[in-house]
Design a protein around this ligand. Structure first.
Ligand code: SF4
Length: 300
């Protein structure tokens, strides 16, 4: 029988500090990395090479944080104006936590680039309000940390943007997408992530989520998906197989590159043999934890 724990609440979630020693776990972002390219997984989860985020990625984190704060307000206050008012104070907090993000804007003097970037974040928020009226919603939790151990011993861990639970007990998992990934590839990755969360919730609560809902804020589209139990059982086996493959590669250090169209988004081409580079010496399987998701992962 699976077991696990959740942290609930609409108040802003505590940020990972990276200081605590935790068991290695699989997160949707890292599982997706390994599926895409084992070497990319190694660079991110084992070598933990730094990556410079794009403005679009940081904007995604900002918009996610604002939406989290919107749901912490009383229902009547969850308006587009209030959400826009939250943008700058939320950015102040985020840029204090990650001061290097300020370096993405090289005209700190005039502030023109930053102002334009805020306008683009406002557009994403407006797009959200065109899709949903948060005054009519009462989520059980936002930025919900979930963790469960499968019967096989694989530990799954991640953050769910929003969890809605109907009075009848039906569960809806909601995820906001603000990124610029190509639609088809992005959709496959997003569904992988949503099924990951569906498996975690199914194992934690014994209920198959009624709906997995993706809200695409760049183009104001939504995608809803209804999983069923046999599908989640199959997907659980897929996750177990991915984890076993990761552990096998982790023991030997044999993480192979798997070039694809997505290499264009990879920050580590200079170290990749497929692009003439040489990876750093394998440092060995990491402790404490290769499964943690970063703020950016959680908002992709
Ligand atoms: S450049 Fe492509 S093949 Fe190389 S590590 Fe990155 S994703 Fe993998």
């Amino acid at each position: 029988m699976a077991n696990g724990s959740t942290t609930t609440g609409t108040a802003p979630a505590p940020r990972p500090t990276g200081g605590a020693t935790r068991r290695p776990a699989l997160s949707p972002s890292r599982a997706s990395d390994f599926k895409q390219c084992p070497l990319l997984y190694r660079f991110r989860a084992v070598d933990r090479l730094p990556e410079t985020p794009t403005r679009a990625q940081v904007r995604g984190t900002l918009v996610h944080s604002v939406l989290e704060r919107v749901f912490a307000l009383d229902r009547a206050e969850r308006t587009p104006d209030r959400a826009r008012d939250l943008l700058r104070p939320t950015w102040s907090q985020l840029s204090e936590e990650c001061p290097e993000w300020m370096e993405l804007f090289d005209d700190a003097g005039s502030g023109d680039e930053l102002a334009e970037w805020f306008r683009s974040a406002e557009t994403l928020l407006d797009s959200y309000f065109a899709l949903e009226d948060p005054r009519r919603l009462d989520p059980e939790a936002c930025e919900l940390h979930v963790e469960t151990e499968l019967g096989s011993g694989v530990l799954l861990r991640g953050y769910i943007d929003r969890l809605d639970v109907a009075p009848t007990g039906e569960i809806r998992v909601v995820d906001y997408k603000t990124g610029a990934a190509p639609r088809q590839i992005g959709e496959a990755k997003a569904l992988f992530q949503m099924k990951f969360y569906a498996v975690v919730l199914w194992r934690l609560r014994g209920i198959v989520p009624r709906q997995l809902k993706l809200l695409y804020l760049r183009d104001g589209q939504e995608l809803a998906y209804t999983p069923d139990e046999p599908e989640l059982a199959r997907f659980e086996r897929t996750l177990e197989a991915i984890w076993q493959a990761i552990l096998k590669a982790g023991r030997t250090g044999d993480f192979r590159p798997s070039p694809s169209k997505l290499c264009g988004w990879c920050s580590h081409q200079a170290l990749c043999p497929s692009f003439g580079g040489t990876p750093p010496e394998y440092p060995g399987w990491p402790e404490p934890d290769p499964g943690e998701e970063s703020l950016l992962d959680r908002a992709d």
